[in-house]
Design a protein around this ligand. Structure first.
Ligand code: ARG
Length: 257
């Protein structure tokens, strides 16, 4: 992929799923069946209790009861910000039992300029009494099979979902991922997906976590949904922020909020 094209696509994606739906990159084949995330299934209520939907159309995860970890490209900068609503505690965004809390502050990754460093923190007005998701602090879990979840599009140009969807995607090495994306930043980004495509995150999943089980069987976040060329295309894996690279920066930033 040409760097400039992918940059443009990333900016385009950040502009919002509504716009994207109207001017899809490329229509899916008529045979493409609507599938969750792309190629996933519905998550059970309570299965991923730390999943958060953000009102700008992104995902996120509870880093602490009062701080959501999301993508830098989902926010417009740092500072006081009461415009974002976080919805949590439900797989059904329309559920009357949804917990909805406003933001108070946003912290975008220092030095974020549209390539790499795709992480941000959102401070909530009140803590949410739900389990949090630990972040990986070493590279130990940056391989294997990952789980992704979100309310984003179920295909390129598809609509945002009412119910939380999940899927599993295998790790893709930096060397293989570089073949698809010459602009990949291997130290800051982690790739996942099938060579044959078919399963992937998509527009509106951004900011949400990619996670797996650690040695103790606990969920651990290894990635943040960041970008890709289209969704679920063969030979174009999803690209995720490599959480372990930024774990100490994320924790020290969280301590300032
Ligand atoms: N940038 C997209 C968003 O804002 C996420 C794209 C993920 N794409 C992919 N092929 N995995 O929601």
């Amino acid at each position: 992929m040409k760097k400039t094209l992918v940059r443009a696509l990333k900016r385009f994606a950040a502009a919002g799923a509504v716009v994207l739906a109207a001017v899809s990159l490329q229509p899916p084949p008529a045979s493409a069946a609507p599938a969750p995330i792309v190629g996933g299934t519905r998550a059970a209520q309570g299965e991923f209790p730390w999943m958060v939907r953000l009102s700008m159309g992104c995902g996120g995860s509870l880093l602490t009861p009062q701080i959501v970890l999301t993508a830098a490209h989902c926010v417009s900068g740092s500072g006081n910000n009461t415009s974002i609503t976080a919805t949590a505690g439900v797989v059904d965004l329309q559920s009357t039992s949804a917990i909805k809390v406003r933001s108070t502050k946003v912290l975008q990754a220092p030095g974020y300029n549209g390539s790499g460093k795709d992480w941000a923190l959102i401070k909530l007005a009140q803590p949410i009494n739900l389990p949090t998701l630990n972040i990986a602090t070493t590279t130990a879990y940056n391989s294997g099979t990952f789980t992704v979840a979100g309310w984003g599009a179920n295909r390129e140009g598809g609509s945002q979902q009412r119910y939380l969807l999940k899927a599993q995607v295998p790790f893709v090495s930096d060397a293989t991922c570089k073949q698809a994306y010459d602009e990949l930043i291997p130290s800051e980004e982690l790739c996942a997906g099938y060579t044959s495509g078919g399963v992937d995150t998509c527009q509106g999943d951004s900011g949400g976590p990619m996670f797996r089980r650690d040695a103790n069987g606990a969920w651990i976040q290894v990635g943040i949904v960041s970008w890709g060329y289209g969704c679920a295309r063969p030979n174009y894996p999803g690209v995720y922020t490599e959480v372990s690279t930024f774990a100490s920066a994320i924790k020290s930033a969280a301590a300032t909020l």
